[in-house]
Design a protein. Structure first.
Length: 84
């Protein structure tokens, strides 16, 4: 999960909410979230747990996919996570 390619990921926060982000190193990004160095949204909702990630190629493609996922309803995000 590290390299030149970018990924979109979904984590579950301690309050059960879902957060979607992008990174070129998912492992490092999840670690940063759990150290309180991630997004403002996740900081008060630690720990976070990685539920899903997908390679998206470059940063632009990752940002576009992230935007599409963030527009989705929770139920649809859950379907994406389980692969339906």
């Amino acid at each position: 999960m590290v390299g030149l390619n970018w990924f979109v990921y979904i984590v579950e926060c301690s309050d059960g909410s879902l957060y979607t982000g992008i990174s070129n190193n998912v492992d490092s990004r999840i670690k940063a979230h759990n150290e309180g160095k991630g997004a403002k949204y996740t900081k008060p909702r630690l720990p976070v747990k990685l539920l899903w990630y997908q390679e998206a190629g470059n940063r632009s493609s990752a940002s576009k996919l992230e935007y599409e996922i963030k527009k989705m309803k929770r139920i649809d995000k859950k379907k994406l996570i389980v692969g339906r």
